[in-house]
Every structure is written in C-alpha cells, then in structure tokens.
Write a protein that binds this ligand. Structure first.
Ligand code: FAD
Length: 165
C-alpha cells in the first residue's frame, strides 16, 4: 500500500508522517485505513488518555472501529441467511459481497479482500456454507494482522445462537 514518510503541507513545506501511515487515493492520510493512534500522532493530538481509550465514539471511525462494525454486520448477515436459500437470495448475497469488497472504505483492506474473493469464491448455497466462508475470510485478515485465528466450527455460537453453557 502507498505509504509516505512526508507529505507537502498547505504552506508548501514537507510535513513528517509516522512510518506506517497509509495514504488515501487523494494522497492525504486515510483515516479509515489507519489506526487512531497512527492518525492522531500525525495530527499532533497525542495525549496518553486519548490513545489508550481509542477514538471518541462520535468521531469518524479508524480502521479498527470500522472493521469491528463491519464484521458484526457481515457475520450477522450470515447468521440470518436462510438454511435453504432460493436462487434469488443466493444471487443477492453474492452481489452484495462483490459490491461490498469494492466500496469498503479502507481501500487497502478492500483490495486484499477482493483478492481473497477472487481466489475463494463466496459460498452461498446454505447458511452453514456462507457462515463458514465468512469465518475463513475473517481469519485471512486475522492472519495478516497477526491475530489469533477463530475456530470456524463455533461461528454460529458466536454470531447466531450464543455460547453453549
Ligand atoms: P475483529 O477482527 O474486528 O473481530 C470482532 C469479533 O469477531 C472478535 O471479537 C471475535 O469475537 C469475532 N471473530 C474474530 N475472528 C472471527 C472469525 N474468523 N469468524 C467469526 N468471528 C470472528 N484491518 C487492518 O488493519 N488491515 C486490513 O487489511 C484489514 N482488512 C479488513 C478487511 C475487511 C473486509 C474487514 C471487515 C476488516 C478489515 N480490517 C483490517 C479490520 C480488522 O479485521 C479488525 O476488524 C480490526 O483490527 C479490529 O479487530 P478486533 O481485534 O477488535 O476484532
């Protein structure tokens, strides 16, 4: 992904950026592609409290907030998907996933997700297949970010039925 160590500020002088800052397609720091910590350090708003508690809930989302909300929506869609979907229900979710991967606001995330979808066609023939496919898609991102993989045999407990006692 395009990153930069400096950008030109409004007064024409180069402005130093944090090492991992991902830029938007407009060449400016991309809020939904970076963590709050990286973004705020660029904006010189670092206060220990702000970074520790994450972005305020009434601010535009960073890459993590956007991700958590999006996974909640995606897994919830699989949880309410029919066990035996009609042809049109299958077509609808296939189209939705294709469009979702194109318009996801973190463009670097979107490009990787499109690549994953090109190699792993979305499975929509049943709730179980769709739920497991989504779990695998999420695990692909988990691996990329060095997070623990989720046990996909438990996707329904996490997102539909609640945990067994
Ligand atoms: P999340 O990963 O958001 O997970 C939320 C909850 O889902 C977890 O607490 C857990 O209970 C459950 N869960 C975890 N894994 C699974 C699974 N495999 N199946 C079912 N449930 C699960 N961030 C980046 O920095 N770079 C990226 O390239 C990037 N790409 C993304 C692509 C997409 C399509 C999406 C939706 C998000 C992407 N993100 C990316 C955001 C990233 O995946 C996380 O959402 C973000 O880092 C916050 O992580 P989290 O630890 O709070 O939990």
């Amino acid at each position: 992904a395009p990153t930069a160590t400096s950008i030109t500020s409004k007064d024409g002088r180069p402005k130093k950026l944090p090492k991992r800052m991902v830029l938007g397609k407009d060449g400016k720091p991309c809020r939904s592609c970076n963590s709050f910590a990286d973004f705020t350090s660029q904006k010189k708003l670092i206060t220990k409290g702000a970074i520790a508690s994450g972005p305020p809930s009434d601010c535009p989302p960073d890459v993590e907030q956007l991700g958590r909300s999006s996974w909640t929506l995606l897994h919830s869609i699989t949880a309410t998907y029919p066990t035996n979907p009609s042809t049109s229900e299958q077509r609808n979710v296939s189209q939705f996933m294709g469009l979702f991967s194109k318009i996801y606001p973190c463009w670097v995330c979107a490009e990787d997700f499109q690549e994953f979808m090109a190699k792993n066609q979305v499975r929509v023939e049943s709730r179980d297949a769709f739920g497991k496919w989504m779990c695998e898609a999420h695990n692909e991102v988990n691996r990329k970010l060095g997070k623990t993989e989720f046990d996909c045999s438990k996707w329904e407990e996490r997102w539909r039925t609640g945990w067994k006692d």
